[in-house]
Structure formats: structure tokens, C-alpha cells
Design a protein around this ligand. Structure first.
Ligand SMILES: [Zn+2]
Length: 255
């Protein structure tokens, strides 16, 4: 059976000889693994279009639970990532995150748009890295069954206060008064009003407007820390690419 779908290569790994296996975020089937025969050979027709971050149309052959890439009509629209080590490292983390989380076909169309948008802004350098990171993390998790409840304080129902806390393990908010009354039993990532509004935006905004917000650097750091804690708590795993990104970003503060 042949399938044609839009996609982005999340990961490209050399197999024995000249073959490759690619992890691809596809519009039709979510994340899949597909073999690319001979693609390790630079003269192969699919050599460049099966490299990481390649984006375009894939024609796949599906048989016995395996995908093989017949043809990949892909470009390298995010080529500028290669000239910014920090953006490149973050893009690699997002690819690893999508490969881990984007499993359902139901949201695959929008998830591909989400990834394409994130890679575009990282490549173009027109949005702060932490903004792109936070928005992509939260929206992807929300679509894949990890939607937090950001409407109000889980104890008293208040909508906002000067400092709200986002509880990563529960995906809920608690206001500073209720947190104080808990006797220190409830802790979370502290968010000022701007960071709280931005966190709500990452989950509830229209996709077209997802990356269209701005925050002062200090609020962006709060937002990013909250999102990162949420990913860690919900997925219960570490990402080696995230560790690398943070090591690189440390050299380039502020970002
Ligand atoms: Zn409260």
C-alpha cells in the first residue's frame, strides 16, 4: 500500500551499509519510523531529503507493519538552524519531544503545523527561544492527553492573583493564599500575572496565534521553568537533547 503524506524528519539514523531509518512526524499517521534504502549514499535520490529537519512530501510504502520511503520530495526550509547552535540544540530537543509524545493520528495535522511553526521561528530567529520552547511543549502535551487545568485556583476558584503556583504533577493552579494555608504541602512553579496569562495562552490560544505573545525576560524564565517542570512531571523521563540545549543556552544568556 502506498501512502503520500506531508512530514518533517525528526531523526535520521544510519543502519548497516548505506541504509537509514527515519523518524518522521507525518500529517497522516503521526510519528512513524520509515526505512530509506541507500539514503546514506550521497548520490541517492533521497539522501538530503531524509536528513533531520527535512520537510516536505513523503511517498511511503507500507507492508508488514513497516514503512519504506519510496520518494521524499523535501526541502531544507530550516537550514538556518545550522548557523545558530542554540537554536539547533532546541530544535533537536523539540524533535525528540515530538518523537516521544506525538503518537495519535487524531491531532497529527495540527501537530505537524505546530512543529513546523516552532522550527520556523527558531530558524528565522524572530521569537525568543524560551517562548517557542514553552508554547510547543505545552500545546503538544495538551493535545496528547496531558492537558492541564489552568482556569482557576483549584482550592478557592480565584482566577488570578499576584503570584499563582502551577503544580506540575497535577497540572493545576493554586493561589498564594491557598498555598500558604496548605502549610507548605503544596508547591509549584511561581507565576506572576504575565507568566500566568502566557501559560494559559500556550494551552488555550488558537494555533495561528500560539507564538504571538511577548513577555519580559524575567517572566519568560518563569514560564519556561513551569513548562519544563510540567513536561518532566507528566512524562517522567529526561531528554538528553534538553540537557544539551541548556548547556549551550547557559553560554548565551539572556535568551
Ligand atoms: Zn486559592
Amino acid at each position: 500500500m502506498n501512502i503520500t503524506t506531508e512530514g518533517i524528519v525528526l531523526k535520521s539514523t544510519r543502519l548497516g551499509g548505506t541504509d537509514r531509518v527515519c523518524t518522521i512526524m507525518t500529517e497522516a499517521h503521526g510519528v512513524i519510523r520509515a526505512f530509506a534504502k541507500g539514503a546514506q549514499n550521497p548520490k541517492n535520490k533521497n539522501a538530503s531529503s531524509t536528513a533531520q529537519f527535512s520537510s516536505g512530501q513523503f511517498t511511503l510504502y507500507y507492508s508488514h507493519d513497516k514503512y519504506t520511503i519510496d520518494e521524499a520530495s523535501c526541502g531544507q526550509p530550516f537550514f538556518a538552524l545550522r548557523s545558530d547552535i542554540c537554536a539547533l540544540a532546541l530544535a533537536q530537543y523539540l524533535c525528540e519531544l515530538f518523537a516521544e509524545v506525538a503518537r495519535t493520528e487524531e491531532n497529527a495535522h495540527d501537530e505537524l503545523r505546530l512543529l513546523r511553526g516552532a522550527l520556523h521561528y527558531l530558524s528565522a530567529g524572530t521569537r525568543p527561544h524560551l517562548l517557542v520552547k514553552s508554547a510547543a511543549e505545552m500545546r503538544l502535551l495538551a493535545w496528547e492527553g496531558y492537558a492541564p487545568d489552568l482556569l482557576m485556583c483549584r482550592e478557592c476558584g480565584c482566577f488570578e492573583c499576584d503570584t499563582m503556583y502551577f503544580i506540575p504533577s497535577a497540572g493545576q493552579l493554586i493561589c498564594s493564599d491557598c498555598a500558604a494555608h496548605s502549610g507548605g504541602h503544596v508547591t509549584g512553579a511561581a507565576l506572576g500575572k504575565g507568566a500566568l496569562m502566557a501559560l494559559r495562552h500556550t494551552v488555550y490560544s488558537e494555533l495561528d496565534k500560539l507564538f504571538s505573545f511577548s513577555l519580559p525576560d524575567s517572566s519568560l524564565l518563569s514560564l519556561s521553568a513551569a513548562c519544563e517542570q510540567y513536561v518532566k512531571a507528566q512524562l517522567d523521563r529526561e531528554f538528553s537533547t534538553l540537557g544539551f540545549y541548556k548547556a549551550v543556552a547557559m553560554q548565551e544568556i539572556p535568551q
